[in-house]
Design a binder for this molecule. Structure first.
Ligand SMILES: Nc1nc2c(ncn2[C@@H]2O[C@H](COP(=O)(O)OP(=O)(O)OP(=O)(O)O)[C@@H](O)[C@H]2O)c(=O)[nH]1
Ligand SMILES: [Mg+2]
Length: 328
């Protein structure tokens, strides 16, 4: 039996294997994804982003417990694209979420991304699909909010939570990076620290400056003390309120469409990148680079030549010369 059918029967180790296959971009993984795809699209996806150490994992841990108390099955993808924090964060996540490790209705996966930025959004969406097919109702995606990748990943979520902490000036950095725009719900964590009220006021002012249509979602601001499990219920209720809003307004469908588009673009992009490296098993490219160095061609002419060659390869693929093909 293939991984896909095992996953559809709830096999956790098959799910873990397929996620590794997606990370490594194997042709088998692409085929398995094709097999599970029809059984995805049911889970609700919650993105949790914020600065390193803001308390995202602690919050996620609290939310897992809350959802489990409602008998909701939970998946978690913890993504860390910043290599400097990887070791600590992954270890931290494992320790923090360990209490759920014996619960078979909780599936947690950390994405080891040191030096591996390309394809991150693709692999994350892939992992989401696998967890969805595994029968998870809610999937939480934790990312460090530092740049473009997070903006892409927030596009993949149905509800995006931005976690801020008092006295750090995070909100200014995130506003500059355009991350605040992506928030559906603001979480002010570490509300036990001084400055939570000031941060709340600042956020309200920032939000007040934005003109919204009457039927547009107004991001809520929830205060939490994740280490003391305070504010979890309020946060979960705000997430459900947002979910209802999205469903009633038809926005949920739009977000799902946006996610599919991102997935398609990422998949095609990595397919093409791989195909370029596949051309003539690398030899062709090396010769071209030699020609470039010797001034016999230039990057523009070479690009035209490569794309023509690629088009030829791909048309052969379409006519069945290469079955299966290279994965995305
Ligand atoms: N004082 C205080 N500390 C907190 C609170 N929530 C979390 N912390 C602490 O903040 C530290 C970081 O928490 P994490 O949950 O690992 O934060 P994170 O955002 O997941 O961190 P990275 O994944 O490394 O970016 C831990 O020592 C937590 O105990 C809170 O409400 N108040
Ligand atoms: Mg974390």
């Amino acid at each position: 039996m293939g991984l896909a059918s095992k996953i559809l029967e709830g096999d956790v180790s098959a799910a873990a294997k397929l996620i590794s296959g997606i990370e490594n971009n194997t042709p088998e993984a692409l085929e398995e994804m094709n097999d599970i795809y029809a059984c995805t699209g049911k889970a609700y996806i919650i993105g949790v982003t914020g600065s390193p150490g803001a308390g995202k994992s602690t919050l996620v841990d609290n939310l897992i417990s809350y959802f489990r108390s409602k008998n909701i099955r939970v998946g978690v993808v913890a993504v860390d694209p910043t290599s400097a924090f990887t070791g600590g964060a992954l270890l931290g996540d494992r320790v923090r979420m360990q209490k759920h490790s014996t619960d078979r209705d909780v599936f947690i996966r950390s994405m080891a991304t040191r030096g591996w930025i390309g394809g991150l959004a693709r692999a994350t969406i892939g992992a989401i699909h696998v967890m969805d097919a595994l029968g998870k109702d809610i999937i939480l995606v934790e990312t460090v909010g530092s740049g473009q990748i997070e903006i892409d990943i927030t596009k993949a979520a149905d509800s995006t939570l931005i976690v801020l902490t008092p006295g750090t000036g995070d909100e200014i950095q995130m506003m500059k990076a355009g991350i605040l725009e992506a928030a559906d719900i603001f979480v002010i964590n570490k509300a036990d620290k001084e400055g939570a009220d000031v941060l709340k006021m600042n956020l309200e002012t920032m939000l007040g400056m934005k003109t919204r249509l009457p039927n547009e979602w107004q991001p809520g601001i929830i205060l939490t003390e994740a280490v003391h499990n305070k504010g979890t219920k309020e946060l979960a209720e705000e997430i459900f309120r947002h979910k209802e809003f999205l469903t009633a307004s038809g926005e949920l469908e739009k977000r799902q469409k946006e996610r599919t588009k991102l997935e398609l673009m990422e998949t095609i992009e990595s397919f093409l990148k791989d195909s370029i490296h596949e051309i003539d098993k690398g030899d062709y490219l090396e010769k071209l680079v030699d020609d470039l160095a010797k001034g016999r061609t230039n990057p523009y002419l070479a690009t035209l030549e490569i794309t023509r060659r690629l088009a030829k390869d791909l048309s052969q693929l379409r006519s069945g010369n290469r079955t299966g093909g290279k994965p995305a």
